[in-house]
Design a binder for this molecule. Structure first.
Ligand code: TRP
Ligand code: ZN
Length: 487
């Protein structure tokens, strides 16, 4: 479901010999080496065997994350069957990927980190596979023709290992807890719990079937389908997200939870869950989430999904993530500013997804600016006042040394992306005035609902709506490593 416009990073495909155990592919690790015109080397046995086809790229084409996502196909739907035993910290899963080829495909990758893969089928027939870093390399028994639909089923099991000690992201992905798991995968932790196209430039719909020991609650995106079914000491929960979703926004958070369900003032389903340690916060989470969803619906346009809400777990992450329909708060009681931030992401980041991580300010700058708008709405500090405060920071402060419109893969979620990103929007608001600015926010959302966005598209729309030339403003705020002085 994606991203035809993404230029795929060319990958030199070095194909090994076809041994008795199948195709042992050794691949260029960087994912950005020189291209070979047809993706195959001269005299390449496999290419000859699989005439017309070529291997899908190991990455989707994000220059800052060259191995994230994959090339050659576009996923439309995932069915994730997951059984998890919190005691043994053991997951066994069957993932069904429904995809469409975007080239003649002799071979393709899925992103998967850890686990033992037991079996892979393509269109029901056993396929050969091998592992190479976080790539599960699948060679179907016959080439998949360009533009045709195909189904991959992967059976896998093992102890999930979240991504740890990344420079500034802490631990993310599938994080085992004492009673279940806290699952927040931004930017590329979905691979720690299911095989897929792990990049926001390929969104898909999701069905979840999660089996846990009786007494454990399993939460996922979207809405529950039917009631949980208990049999032989295990309970299976079925959830469905019917709107396109980026892999990093998917969750299967499990544990002991207290629940409150109902509807917001305008009738949107509202679902709140808290770890028993946060019992006292359940009503506040439910009420604030409902109220803020309603408010953003007025400011940004209609709520994009079929339910809203939030989850507080006791894993001490100290952060929150905007999981689609179910923001998660890890080990703290969120104030309304944090809830306002995560719910603003449902419009900016979830309904509208970035094609490349370098455009992250389109998520975090907007969600941070939403906190300022919420403060203003409540009669606390105005956005103007917060802006002035932040702007007063010394001209040699770190925030001015880093241009938020540029990628910083080893420090993706740096403060500049959040704060200077939000200041960019305020500078724009001052320049074009409130009527154009708020029309812009709504139009931006309406035009890209459930789709993909880039910074140049935002700049172009801002110019169209305001009738002003704005490249100077955006250059100074997003692309220059120095404190802007005019806007
Ligand atoms: N997007 C989150 C926020 O600002 C922050 C975040 C980045 C995060 N990476 C994460 C949260 C990984 C959880 C896991 O709202
Ligand atoms: Zn955020």
């Amino acid at each position: 479901m994606a991203s035809g416009r993404l230029a795929v990073v060319a990958t030199a495909v070095l194909i090994g010999t076809i041994g008795a155990t199948g195709c042992s592919a050794s691949r260029g690790d960087s994912g950005a080496t020189t291209a070979v015109a047809d993706g195959s080397a001269p005299g390449d046995e496999m290419a000859v065997e699989q005439h017309q086809g070529r291997a899908g790229a190991a990455g989707i084409g994000d220059p800052d994350f060259p191995n994230d996502g994959n090339g050659g196909y576009d996923v439309g739907h995932y069915r994730l069957k997951i059984e998890y035993d919190p005691e043994r910290k053991y997951l066994s899963g069957v993932t069904t990927v429904e995809a469409k080829a975007t080239q003649n495909l002799s071979r393709f990758d899925l992103d998967l980190s850890g686990f033992t893969v037991g079996k892979v089928t393509v269109n029901g027939a056993a396929a050969r596979f091998s592992r190479s870093g976080d790539e599960l390399v699948v060679t179907p028994s016959r080439t998949i023709p360009d533009r045709s639909a195909f189904t991959v089923e992967v059976t896998y099991a093992g102890q999930p290992k979240p991504v740890r000690n990344s420079p500034n992201l802490g631990t993310y992905g599938f994080i085992p807890t004492s009673d279940g798991a806290f699952v927040t995968s931004e930017p590329n932790g979905a691979r720690t719990w299911f095989p897929g196209n792990d990049h926001p430039a390929d969104k898909a719909r999701y069905d979840f079937e999660i089996t846990v020991p009786e007494g454990v609650t399993a939460l996922a995106n979207g809405e529950q389908v039917g009631s949980p079914v208990t049999q032989g000491g295990k309970t299976t929960y079925t959830w469905r997200e019917t709107h396109p979703m980026a892999s990093y926004l998917a969750t299967v958070t499990m544990g002991r939870f207290e629940l409150r369900e109902g509807k917001t003032a305008s009738g949107i389903k509202n679902f709140a869950a808290v770890d028993p340690r946060y019992s006292g916060s359940l009503n506040e989470l439910y009420n604030q989430s409902g109220k803020i969803t309603e408010y953003w619906s007025k400011v940004f346009g209609p709520y994009p999904f079929s339910s809203t809400g939030g989850v507080i777990d006791d894993f001490p992450a100290g952060y929150a993530l905007e999981n689609q329909t179910k923001p998660m708060y890890g080990g703290f009681n969120p104030g309304d500013d944090v809830i306002a931030h995560e719910l603003a992401h449902q419009w900016f980041g979830d309904s509208l997804s970035i094609r490349r991580w370098k455009d992250l300010w389109l998520n975090e700058g907007f969600a941070t600016y939403a906190e300022w708008l919420w403060s203003e709405h409540k009669g606390n500090a105005s956005a103007e006042r917060i802006f002035r405060n932040r702007y007063a920071v010394d001209s040699d402060a770190a925030i001015w040394k880093y241009a938020p419109g540029r990628a910083k893969p080893d420090d993706l979620f740096n403060d500049s992306v959040y704060t200077r990103g939000a200041m960019t929007l305020h500078a724009l608001r001052q320049r074009i005035g409130d009527p154009a600015f708020f029309r812009l926010l709504k139009t931006w959302n309406a035009e890209h609902r459930y789709g993909y966005v880039t910074t140049p598209e935002f700049v172009a729309l801002a110019e169209r709506i305001s009738g002003k030339q704005l490249d100077g403003l955006f250059d100074a705020w997003l692309f220059t490593a120095k404190k802007p002085t005019t806007w």
